[in-house]
Design a protein. Structure first.
Lengths: 399, 291
């Protein structure tokens, strides 16, 4: 509580300072390519908002110091509509028109793959939340993932769900028919099989679908114990859950990419209760840091949605970028990218590192906790928080 | 047996939404020979206005049903006014000009979607249910709300068919649709008829939006999601044909429902495009022909 008051006081001072004349400093543009309309809009809009909060705070604290020179951050965000076609347009706008050298937020494997094909060639460093494994590796030295992906989430999530529901033996999976869905489905199949759960069917839907009754009928066809809604964003997942409720299906509901209960419960109603999520956190609780609590309040005020890991990830990547710029004493993306995996840096979660070389052959994954939550009475309840072993070891070594 | 009932119920409720949407599209094409890619924006405007007005009006002293009714009426009127404005300052100048109207309507669609995003934001909104509870019919499950809305939608479609088939205005619309010059020689005022046709189409899009408001997730680009299915329906049924748009809508609803169940929802979508291509190859004017 005391810490929270200190942060409020600091922010109040910062707000006062913002009225003072701003020192003339060079601007470094930070790009964002994320869905800002449609079912996943709240992810992209929130990501833009948190990146702007980080940029403003850094600017107010004096900016980024490189080679004795001060730089300020400015965020430029575009709607990629979760599609490869729009992702290509956004990439062109950011890299060729706006001359952005650092992209601090990206959502969607398909639009991010489109962005990446240009960014790596153009020497642009990108921080992304795309779930596909194919976007990382030594062949993409300028790409970093700033939040957990299925490779970090699914195993602990499924283990937890099965521990709570030991009688569940079968699952039906639903995913969006795009690059994110295709990659996650493969990981999910293996992860369920590894836990001894039989995958009865794996189903697909197109993003932009408005009528989910046939999808729900198909999912319940073989009477699965569990339905895994894969990468469906909250708005789509909410409708599917509602339709499952209409059909009278009462099983275990899992939404690995579930980022908050608000939209899910608003759309899915009572049918959303009981849904396990692997990509949400209760940032209002005492488990959250003071910075996260303030960001959470800001998100609620701005979007009527609590903060989620996807949105906060761009805040963290702005700070990771600042740390790497100052450590490398350069604004050259290649030099910054080379230094970043060696650093311990501050984020909204506290100190963290980039790692997971064992999975991706390159340390490009930001190490943040896996938070398992559940929708209970229309509200999200955090059930457990798992700190990655690699992070524990690196922080211990750094001490 | 139960699954057949469910597939029938699913097809019925999906086709009701598509019928209302595609009727307007086909009417505009029939009367004005305009392929209106901005049609979805009329549908979207109603939904977005209702999404703002219902929470604003709904209070302990204003029941939800009243809030929905008042919001629906205001939103439909506002959309009709918007349709009138667009007709007078844009579409009137591109009647019977397929290329010009195509460029105009695509441009308008993008412009309006941008304005929607600016004014309404991109966050999807779900309004509260108007009627609670589920029903079982022929072994299939449906929410009471969906059933009521489906029946109203079908009633609107039947009324529309009657209007086209039996009224003086309907006969004028059909005459203009078949041969506008011959219709004018018979004393039918073409411009006035075209305006009425455009406004009726706007009204149908607005009614579809108002009816779907309690059951759909509302976002700035919701209109374009329906537009694709609406176009598939009228291409299959026959551009400009009212019965054709109904047949086309039912067909794609059945493909979506039955194909989605027995094969895959994505394959069902693919099947719609394949059938559209086959229809265009075998019967380029659609099942019922043009007009």
């Amino acid at each position: 509580m005391k810490n929270l008051k200190q942060v409020y006081a600091a922010l109040a001072l910062a707000a006062l300072a913002s009225t003072a004349p701003v020192q003339a400093q060079e601007i470094i543009k930070l790009g964002i390519s994320a869905p800002m309309s449609g079912a996943a809009a709240v992810w992209g809009l929130g990501m833009e908002w948190t990146a702007k909060q980080a940029a403003e705070k850094i600017n107010l604290d004096g900016g980024v110091t490189v080679g004795g020179k001060k730089y300020n951050f400015a965020v430029v965000a575009y709607d990629n509509k979760y599609t490869a076609a729009e992702g290509t347009k956004v990439a062109q706008n950011l890299i060729n028109r706006d001359k952005v050298k650092f992209i601090v937020g990206g959502i969607g494997t398909a639009p991010i793959s489109a962005l990446q094909s240009l960014s790596e060639r153009s020497g642009v460093m990108i921080f992304i939340s795309a779930w596909g494994k194919s976007v990382k590796g030594p062949q993409f030295p300028l790409t970093f993932t700033q939040s957990n992906t299925p490779f970090e989430i699914l195993d602990p999530l499924y283990k937890y769900v099965l521990a709570q529901n030991p009688k569940a033996k079968t699952v039906a999976i639903l995913n969006a028919n795009d690059a994110s869905g295709k990659e996650v489905e493969l990981v999910a199949q293996k992860a369920w099989a590894a836990q001894g759960v039989k995958v009865l069917s794996s189903n697909w839907y197109e993003r932009g679908t408005t009528q989910f009754q046939p999808v729900a009928a198909k999912l319940t066809e073989q009477k699965p114990d569990i339905i895994d809604l894969g990468v469906a964003p909250p708005a789509d997942a909410g409708i599917v859950l509602k339709e499952l409720g209409v059909l009278g299906w009462k099983g275990v509901k899992v939404l690995p990419v579930g980022t908050s209960a608000t939209q899910l419960a608003q759309i899915g109603g009572a049918a959303a209760n009981g849904t396990y999520m692997g990509y949400a956190g209760d940032y209002s609780s005492s488990l959250a840091t003071p910075v996260q609590q303030i960001l959470n309040q800001g998100m609620l005020a701005q979007f009527k949605e609590p903060l989620n890991p996807l949105q906060v990830s761009s805040y963290d990547s702005v700070y990771a970028l600042k740390a790497a710029m100052e450590a490398s004493n350069s604004i050259d993306p290649k030099k910054i990218a080379a230094v970043l995996p060696t650093l311990v840096f501050e984020t909204s979660y506290g100190k963290t590192v980039f790692g997971s070389k064992a999975i991706y052959d390159s340390p490009q994954q930001m190490q943040v906790p896996v938070m398992i939550t559940q929708v209970q009475d229309g509200k999200m309840v955090e059930l457990t928080r798992i700190i990655p072993e690699e992070l524990k070891a690196r922080l211990a070594a750094a001490k | 047996m139960e699954i057949f009932g469910q597939l029938f119920i699913n097809s019925l409720q999906i086709s009701a939404a598509y019928i209302l949407f595609s009727l307007g599209l086909t009417l505009i094409f029939g009367v004005m020979k305009v392929v209106n890619f901005a049609h979805g924006e009329f549908f979207g405007l109603v939904l977005l206005l209702i999404a703002i007005l219902v929470p604003w009006l709904n209070s302990p002293s204003v029941p939800l049903v009243v809030a929905y009714g008042a919001s629906g009426a205001v939103s439909i009127l506002a959309t009709m006014a918007c349709g009138w404005f667009l007709y007078h300052f844009a579409f009137k100048k591109f009647q019977r000009d397929m290329v010009g109207s195509f460029v105009l309507s695509v441009g308008l669609s993008l412009l309006i979607q941008g304005l929607f995003l600016e004014f309404f934001g991109g966050v999807p909104i779900k309004l509260p249910d108007l009627i609670e509870g589920n029903l079982r019919i022929l072994g299939g499950a449906i929410t009471t709300q969906r059933l009521v809305l489906t029946l109203i939608a079908l009633l609107v479609a039947v009324t529309m068919c009657w209007l086209i088939a039996a009224t003086k205005l309907g006969k004028s619309l059909r005459a203009v649709s078949e041969d506008h010059e011959a219709a004018m020689l018979q004393g039918i005022p073409y411009r006035k008829t075209a305006l009425y046709g455009f406004l009726i189409a706007t009204f149908l899009a607005a009614i579809a939006g108002a009816l779907l408001a309690p059951v759909t997730v509302i976002s700035a680009n919701v209109g374009s999601d329906f537009l694709i299915k609406g176009f598939i329906a009228i291409v299959i049924g026959g551009l400009g044909s009212i019965p054709g748009s109904i047949i086309g809508s039912i067909l794609i609803a059945v493909i979506e429902s039955v194909g989605g169940y027995y094969f895959d929802p994505s394959l069902a979508t693919l099947a719609m495009f394949v059938i559209t291509m086959l229809v265009l190859l075998v019967r380029p004017k659609g099942i019922m022909g043009n007009g």
